[in-house]
Design a protein around this ligand. Sequence first.
Ligand SMILES: NC(=O)c1ccc[n+]([C@@H]2O[C@H](COP(=O)([O-])OP(=O)(O)OC[C@H]3O[C@@H](n4cnc5c(N)ncnc54)[C@H](OP(=O)(O)O)[C@@H]3O)[C@@H](O)[C@H]2O)c1
Length: 270
Amino acid sequence: MDRYAVIGSPVSHSKSPFIHGRFAEATGQSMSYEALEIAPEALAERLAQLHAEGYRGFNVTLPHKLAVARLCGQVSERAQLAGAVNTLLRTEGGWQGDNSDGEGFVTDLRRNCGIGLAGKRVLVIGAGGAARGILQPLLGEKPAELVLSSRNPWKPEEIAEQFKPQGRITPRTHASLKGDLYDVIVNATSTGHQGFMPKLPGPLLAPGGACYDLSYGKAHEPFAAWARAQGAARIADGLGMLVEQAAVSFALWRGVRPETATVLAELRAA
Ligand SMILES: NC(=O)c1ccc[n+]([C@@H]2O[C@H](COP(=O)([O-])OP(=O)(O)OC[C@H]3O[C@@H](n4cnc5c(N)ncnc54)[C@H](OP(=O)(O)O)[C@@H]3O)[C@@H](O)[C@H]2O)c1
């Protein structure tokens, strides 16, 4: 039986074992999937060990998404652009790194949320790791405008410069957004985990606009409340992205893309 796992610290809360277990059942794959707690200082040694033990691949969660890239023999172009690795594939001599977050994000928007991006004015709030991961596929959807906003101007400016070959990103600060209106607003900050939204100036959502949050569960509540106050026609959390990015990783490992609707419905019902 081929062995897979999610690695992180902490990792016991991860929904990945449930999701991949259901994918394996549905597609008839002979594989196991577990959660492995690995401390940051033990990462290099444990990855070598797990390779020797025959593991076929991993999902990577916090705090290893950056560090693991330096331990890969090869890193895909999209993971290099994202500056983070969330999927490891076994190679003969070590590990190959990839990032399935961006593809999971656009698939969720399109398939599960019915939120289109083509020709839309799109605002991404927060310029951390997850924002970097969704920018390339987001540009690929051909929005009329893509604005990246942060508390200070430096991160969005640096990212806009780096992504120039992929397309135009307008760097802004939250405060400077005052008076703008967007068709789709994506929350890529982590502040929902602390129970609040970053301070944003006035109305930002155009009539009929949609709001999408990368966070889910309790961490989604502050953004959902803000989106309701903006009069959003559609509000979505990041649970669908979680399932879709897992399906992308699963397909990279097993060569078969699992159906996601059932697992997503089960997670929502739980
Ligand atoms: N659904 C999924 O599959 C999925 C996948 C990946 C991540 N996520 C979620 O996405 C979120 C972001 O993750 P990440 O990895 O990008 O985290 P990160 O790299 O730590 O970035 C955090 C972001 O939050 C902002 N922030 C932090 N503290 C703040 C504060 N006090 N006030 C205002 N802004 C603050 C930062 O803003 P500045 O840019 O202003 O510094 C930064 O952009 C998390 O909630 C994570 O759970 C979901």
